[in-house]
Write a protein that binds this ligand. Sequence first.
Ligand SMILES: Cc1cc2nc3c(=O)[nH]c(=O)nc-3n(C[C@H](O)[C@H](O)[C@H](O)COP(=O)(O)OP(=O)(O)OC[C@H]3O[C@@H](n4cnc5c(N)ncnc54)[C@H](O)[C@@H]3O)c2cc1C
Ligand code: SF4
Ligand code: SF4
Ligand code: SF4
Length: 392
Amino acid sequence: MIDIKNKQDCCGCSACAQRCPKQCITMAEDKEGFLYPQVDTSKCVDCHLCEKVCPVINQDEERTPLNVYAAKNPDDEVRHQSSSGGIFTLLAEQTIKDGGVVFGACWDNEWKVRHDYVDNISDLQRFRSSKYLQSVIGDNYLKAEQFLKIGRKVMFTGTPCQIAGLKHFLRKEYDKLLAVEIICHSVPSPGVWQQYLTTRLHTSKWNKSDIRNISFRDKKTGWKTYSFVIENKDGNSFIELSSKNAFMRGFLADLYTRPSCHACPAKQLKSGSDITLGDFWGIESLMPEIDDDKGVSAIIVNSDKGKQVLHNINVELHEVQYNELTTRNPALVKSFPITPKRTEFFKEYGNTFEEKVKRLAKEPFSLKTLAYRIVRKIIPKMVVEKLKRFLR
Ligand SMILES: Cc1cc2nc3c(=O)[nH]c(=O)nc-3n(C[C@H](O)[C@H](O)[C@H](O)COP(=O)(O)OP(=O)(O)OC[C@H]3O[C@@H](n4cnc5c(N)ncnc54)[C@H](O)[C@@H]3O)c2cc1C
Ligand code: SF4
Ligand code: SF4
Ligand code: SF4
């Protein structure tokens, strides 16, 4: 049975919860705002399936890619709505044209990020652009499995650990599955995000229901110097360069990163994905002729299936060496060390108002409380209780 002793040993993919035949695992939020499995041991039958599908317990080998490219979606509007060069949309459109379904991360009504699926090209905009939060997988591995079992094409997108979780959950290869991972520096805490958003909205005197869109990667100020934007339904916006935005600064400084990201089980192409997508940071020094500061994608092809799918879409590919990408984008191959500032950040986080006051403010001193403490020390508890009852 799954038993998380060290938080670094769980990436929160929920493969265990979805595979448990007794449905005795639930994903519960911890004090830092991340989800972890909790087992109802009274229902567990010790079948060990949860351990067998866990991508942290069963890590795969590092891989070297077949090919690496720089590329851009030829549709500038789609590229503007995307974080990098908009290659996700090209792959997803092709899947839907072939009668398939696409799984990805989108906002819900509460401005939390969850996985979902669509089978309509016009709905793909829900998945476009990076949301810098850990997305809740829910039961989407099960849904993807159901589509695959009836012979439908599935393109499943997510962080490398989410793809590793899916592949272990499925326990067999499906020809019709295209697994696409994004390069992933790390994921910040969804709980911290909700705290930030509440404070941010309070300052603007907006409610969650007033929001029309939130973008972590708005390109109005450029691809390289992107902005954080909240737009409300009246057409007003809060816009701040990401380098100045408090939530983005904390994310990039690893103040509230998921512990598993500091010992990532799926980087270095270990996830089993067919294709990896990322930003081609530093392209201006490698191929200045294709950089227009509107976004260039890095595409890493990891399997023959990935190669075939990529060559079926309408995109100009510029081949590069793998090390030309990894030196410019180390998040692809390297976990970043945990910082002591993270502990400092979380010292106060998660405590309720009352808990904070209890810890930080001294109890008021009075003769009555002093007398009560002395009496409690010298008279046995049972006698105090009897006295209390008598005085009532
Ligand atoms: C948390 C996070 C960290 C990242 N770190 C890096 C990095 O260090 N280096 C780098 O080069 N690129 C990183 N990226 C990936 C990059 O920002 C783009 O998502 C990727 O290049 C695809 O861009 P696109 O232009 O093709 O399509 P876009 O339309 O921008 O991408 C949409 C895709 O991203 C997926 N997605 C969006 N948010 C999430 C989420 N929260 N969880 C899982 N999947 C999500 C969608 O499902 C969809 O597949 C990160 C993305 C995220 C979400
Ligand atoms: S051992 Fe089997 S029954 Fe028990 S929690 Fe794991 S999957 Fe569920
Ligand atoms: S990594 Fe995934 S499968 Fe493993 S314990 Fe965590 S949620 Fe479960
Ligand atoms: S850094 Fe690794 S563990 Fe963290 S979210 Fe990304 S893929 Fe998962």
